[in-house]
Structures are given as C-alpha cells and as structure tokens.
Design a protein around this ligand. Structure first.
Ligand SMILES: Cc1cc2nc3c(=O)[nH]c(=O)nc-3n(C[C@H](O)[C@H](O)[C@H](O)COP(=O)(O)OP(=O)(O)OC[C@H]3O[C@@H](n4cnc5c(N)ncnc54)[C@H](O)[C@@H]3O)c2cc1C
Length: 206
C-alpha cells in the first residue's frame, strides 16, 4: 500500500491521502464479516456516527451563540453595547431557537436509539437521525459564520476559534452521508418510498 499524495482540504493540515494498492492479499482470518457484506456492516455504524456528528455540531453551535452574546454585551463601539442592536440580537435569537429545538430532537432520538438494536434503528429511526444530522451540521456553520460577524475583524482571525469551528464542521455536511443524502433519506420515508410508511401507503393504494 502506498500513500501517493496528501490532499489539502479546507481544514488542513490533513490526513486524507490518495492511496494505491498493489498485489495486496487479504487472508480469510482478516476478513471483517462475509464477502460482499461491507455495505451492511457499514450501515451498522452510520447512525451512531450521524447522531454523534449532530451532537457535536449542536455543542459547537451553542458555543458560538453564547460567545457571541457575551461579546456583544461587552463590546461597545462608540460607547453603546453591540447587544442593544436588534440587528445583532435577531440572528442570534433565530440560531438559539433552532439550537433549542434540535437539542430536544437529538436527545429524544439518541435516547430512542439506546432502547433498540442497530437493525431496528435502521428500520425505525433512520429518518430522525438524518434530520438531526443535516440540521445540526447546517446550524453550526451558520452559527460560526454569525459569530465571526458579531466579533468583527477579531472573529475572522485565528485569535478566536470560530473560523476553525467553521472549517472543521463544514465537512460534516459532506461526510457520513452528505446533506443531500440525509434529505433524500427523510424524503424517502416521508413519501413512503422506504421505511415504515411504505406498507401503509401501498395498502391505501397511494
Ligand atoms: C474531510 C473528509 C473526511 C472523510 N472521511 C471519510 C471516512 O472517514 N470514511 C469514508 O468512508 N469516507 C470519508 N470521506 C468521504 C465522504 O464519505 C464522501 O466525500 C462523501 O460520501 C461524498 O461522496 P463524494 O465525495 O464521492 O461526492 P459525490 O457522491 O460525487 O457527490 C457530489 C455532490 O453531489 C451530491 N449528490 C450525490 N448524489 C446525489 C443525489 N442522489 N441527489 C442529490 N445530490 C446528490 C452530494 O451530496 C455532493 O454534494 C471523507 C471526506 C472528507 C471530505
């Protein structure tokens, strides 16, 4: 196995390389599950990873919101706290409201996941996990962006963590099933092409 090159990413330095394999032989004892069963194996842990990303993004989003609120109270351009301006308050209120709703959905979904086996999660909760994932990953990008804005020039600098939070979490909208793939999953369940509503829709002749 050869590492051909390391790819520079938005959140570099990176450990993402392009690799090549030459004459690689894998003994039976090193096989992880049956041949051809890789996708099913991978699907065992995508839900755990998706909800983990969601919780991580929600935590980072909350940090961005709280830091922005604190900074807006102490920063006083021309003697008046930033926090007194509705243009500063309103976007942070929108973010705080979404964070609060998502916190409840993530906790409920994670709690339900703990009550069932992994195959059951796939059958009964996959859409909820996707909802948590894409919404929280979007939220953190919006919150980090807003935090940079509220903090002004210093927010854009590396003396504050917001640009790093943005770079780190932006990839969550692509990895572990991209945003579009999460939304596609929710749509498939909502319209009964997959998931628990499929049988009911078919029975109703829809
Ligand atoms: C930083 C980083 C870390 C990663 N870590 C891992 C890892 O640890 N393990 C691993 O296995 N992979 C990892 N990946 C790979 C990651 O899983 C893929 O990049 C991701 O699944 C998207 O696949 P792709 O890049 O081939 O994009 P494509 O599949 O080519 O998609 C390109 C764009 O088209 C959209 N798209 C694709 N299909 C549809 C559709 N049907 N409808 C609408 N839009 C669609 C996608 O959402 C995306 O926006 C990582 C990637 C990055 C950037």
């Amino acid at each position: 196995m050869k590492i051909e090159e390391y790819l520079w990413t938005f959140n570099m330095p990176t450990d993402h390389p392009r690799v090549s394999f030459t004459d690689v032989w894998v003994p039976d004892t090193a096989m992880f599950g049956p041949e051809g069963g890789g996708l099913a194996l991978a699907q065992h842990f995508v839900h755990e990873n998706r909800i983990r990303q969601a919780a991580s993004s929600l935590g980072a989003a909350t940090f961005c919101i709280e830091e922005s609120v604190k900074y807006a109270r102490v920063r006083k351009p021309f003697g008046k706290p930033l926090s007194e301006n509705q243009a500063i308050q309103f976007p942070l209120v929108e973010l705080a409201s979404t964070a609060e709703m998502l916190r409840l959905l993530i906790r409920k979904t994670a709690w339900e996941m703990d009550q069932m086996t992994k195959p059951e999660v796939e059958k009964r909760l996959s859409d909820k996990v996707s909802m948590c994932n894409y919404q929280a990953n979007r939220l953190v990008c919006e919150a980090a962006d807003r935090a940079m804005q509220v903090h002004g020039g210093i927010g854009y600098s590396r003396h504050k963590p917001f640009e790093h939070i943005y770079r780190h979490h932006r990839r969550y909208r692509i990895t572990e099933g991209s945003e579009e793939i999460q939304i596609r999953k929710v749509a498939a369940w909502l319209f009964g092409y997959m998931g628990p509503r499929k049988a009911a829709f078919a029975e109703a002749g829809l």
